[in-house]
Design a protein. Sequence first.
Length: 189
Amino acid sequence: MRGGKILVAGATGRVGGSAARHLLEAGFEVRALVRNADRGESLRSLGAEVALGDVTRPQTLAPPLEGCAGVFSALSSTTDRQAREVEYGGNVSLLSAAREAGARRFVYSSALHADHPMARKVGTFREKARFEEVLFGTGDVSTTVLRPAMFMETLLMALKGPVAFVMAGSDVWCAGSPQTTRPEPQSGP
């Protein structure tokens, strides 16, 4: 195997699962961090090692990180509370445990425009941006932050919440509640 073992956090989700599959196909050893062993069976069948752990319980992270050269974190949340506990707190715990275990590479799947001032009003984006600051402040770990655009179903889920926004170029559409109607398209700059 090439490049050492990679711990994938959020491996049972869409982004983390896809990352785990691609890493396996590229010849990397993958250890999938899961909270429930049954949810990791599909990854195990592809060749990933499955390790139990929970980023909100830092004491569970040392064994899964043992022998890992790097981490790919694709954690996600749907509520403000989960955002604080998982997107920020969980990733801080994961980074700390990774550093203690000797992992020297941390790849973080954030979100497009997570650092935009308007994004900081939305829990998940705010907490992603907060963790990015912690990650970039780390001098002993090589870091990469990915900022993919969101899935359309994620947008629909966000529209059910108190605040959602979509950025397209210089236009920003905001929705204050599920009752908000879609704005009329505007022409021009």
